[in-house]
Structure formats: C-alpha cells, structure tokens
Design a protein around this ligand. Structure first.
Ligand code: 13P
Length: 336
C-alpha cells in the first residue's frame, strides 16, 4: 500500500471525516459578521482553536483543512496549530487554491486559480506539517452552464494541482463542486455532476495521478435551491450513489462530501442514507464546513469565552456526522 493511500485511509478511518475550517479571511469575516463577532486574527484563532481542541476530534475528525493564516498560528497552549491537531491523532490539511476567478471566454463562470508557485508553496506547507491539501473547482447549473469550457478548464487545473501535490508526498482532496443555487431539477444536477466528475477523472488519468492516494470531495445530487422541487432524502442518497458508481474509478479509496449550503441535519441525514445504501467499496464520509461549524459558531458568538459550551455543541454535531458516516445516525440520537 502506498504512503499516500495510508494517509487517505487514516483521514477517513472508521467513523472519521474531515473538518473543513479553511475559509479564507474574506469568507470567515462574512461568517463572523453574520453573528456579530469582530473578525480579528485573535478571534478567528480562538474559534478555530476551540474546535480543534474538542473531545470529538479524537474519534470523529481524521483531518482538518486549514487556511494559510491558521496553519502558521500558535495556539494558547503554545503548540503550533498542526501540533494541536496531531494531539487528537488527526491529520493537517491545507487549502492551496487561491480562489475562483472569472473564466475568460465565459464571463459568468469561474476558474479556480493558484497553480503559479504552487510547487514552492507545497514544500513550505509540508514543512509546517500538512499531509493533505484541498483545491475547489466550482460550477453552476443553468440552461447554458456548466459550459464545456468550464468543465474542461477546471478539470485540467484540478489534475495539475493533484499532480504537484502527489509529487510533494501529500494527498490531494479533489473538489469539483456543482453548486446548489438555481432552479434546476435533481436530474439536471445528476447529469451535470456526472459530466463534471467524469471529465475530472479523464484529466487525472492523463496526468498519471495515483488514484489510490486521492480523496474525492463532491456535492450530493440535489435539486436547485430555487427550483421548488423537493425530493426525498432517500432519492438524494440513491441518485448520489448512482452518480458516483458510474463515474468514479474503483481505485479511489474514499469520498468525502461537502455540505454546500444544506442545513446541518439535512447533510447528516443524507450522508447516513448514502451509507445505508452504499453497495460500493468507497468509504463515504464528510468534509463539511458549514454543516459542522454553524451551530458551534452561533453558540460561541453569544459568549466567545465559553469554550466548554461551544465544544459541547461541536461535539454533538461531529458525533452525529460520525454516526452518519457509518449509517448509524437516527433522529432520536440527533434530538437526545
Ligand atoms: P461546506 O461544507 O460549507 O460546503 O464547505 C466545504 C468546503 O470545503 C467548500 O470548499
């Protein structure tokens, strides 16, 4: 088994998933503004450190994705943040893209940037303790989109990124996110997500990526937020599984979903059903940002010094996600 495969399997070990705490300073500022907390370096560190030192880190969080600011910070216990994360047996990851910019030639779509100087930045992150990385490509659905151009150019960038990351002995999390916004049907989402993932693997193969040493981070298959077309959680799970079975090569060890704007309970319930119906060999887990952090952030914002209380809220959410990653979650356990 390769070293990269071992890292991927450690991150997604039984009942474990990823905590995506890699919001850029701009995004984190929006999240903090929304709960009336001032977005200072100190406050961003305090919230994140509170989560990273929670009890549930040990059994529920196999990996944490950080932003550049956080990986270089020192915790109140004088440990570096990667050292703090390692005390729970969790692996440090780092977001290495520099964001989605307007795609020339299709001005309403986005291309993710960050390849320039990436090889050098990866060396630095490895020295700081990172063993896995994230890059997010983003696609919207409309009658015209995603265009062939957006599908190809983002897949190409994801593959070039993955290649550099494996060269640096780290596991690339490959994240093609088809957004929920829009009035498309679940069937449209299924078709577009299939096309996007398929192209990603075509490019990953062309770049000779060791597929046993990656983690795929896709969206679930859902109807557009403005479509007014609700489908059952069972249908979400079945469509998502069908899409992944048809488009993800069997050598990929694990899939860790993004929550993408679903409520925390919705994201948990859907993941639980995906695992109940999972008839593949893929590990199906989570790499949630909002669905893991939102409830803790809301609680923390009322008293930013209430560390224990905030950790209790986070522990509950992480435990629920961990149960869902094993198909063992239930509404009764959620409400306990
Ligand atoms: P959400 O779970 O909030 O969608 O965030 C996951 C993520 O890392 C997006 O890039």
């Amino acid at each position: 088994m390769s070293e990269l495969n071992n890292i991927a399997l450690k991150i997604l070990a039984k009942g474990k998933g990823i905590l995506a705490a890699d919001e850029s300073t701009g995004t984190m500022t929006k999240r903090l503004d929304a709960v009336n907390v001032s977005s200072t370096t100190k406050n961003r560190l305090l919230f994140r450190e509170t989560l990273f030192s929670s009890e549930s880190m040990k059994n529920c969080v196999g990996g944490v994705i950080l932003y550049d600011e956080t990986i270089k910070q020192i915790s109140s216990s004088k440990k570096t943040i990667p050292e703090l994360i390692a005390t729970s047996g969790s692996v440090t990851g780092i977001k290495v893209d520099t964001g989605a910019k307007v795609l020339a030639g299709s001005t309403e779509e986005k291309i993710t940037e960050g390849l320039d100087g990436l090889r050098e930045r990866l060396k630095e992150y490895y020295k700081l303790g990172a063993r896995f990385t994230k890059w997010r490509g983003v696609y919207s659905i409309s009658d015209k989109y995603p265009s062939k151009l957006a599908i190809l150019s983002n897949a190409h960038a994801l593959a070039r990124y993955a290649s550099l990351v494996q060269e640096s002995n780290m596991v690339p999390v490959v994240e093609p996110e088809v957004l929920m916004d829009g009035n498309h049907s679940a069937e449209d989402c299924f078709n577009k997500t299939s096309e996007v993932i398929n192209k990603c693997f075509e490019e990953l193969n062309l770049h000779k990526i060791d597929l046993t040493g990656i983690i795929l981070k896709p969206n679930m298959v859902l109807p557009g937020t403005n479509s007014g077309k609700k489908i059952s959680n069972e249908e979400v799970a079945k469509l998502t599984l069908k899409c992944l079975k048809e488009n993800v090569p069997k050598s990929v060890p694990g899939i860790a979903f993004l929550s993408g704007g679903q409520s925390d309970i919705e994201a948990t319930e859907n993941l639980n059903l995906i695992n109940k119906y999972n008839d593949t060999n893929f590990i199906m887990s989570y790499s949630y940002g909002r669905a893991l952090q939102q409830s803790a952030l809301k609680f923390w914002s009322k008293d930013i010094n209430n560390i224990k209380g905030t950790q209790a809220v986070f522990n509950h959410r992480a435990n629920m996600c961990s149960l869902a990653a094993q198909g063992k979650w239930s509404k009764e356990l959620e409400e306990k």
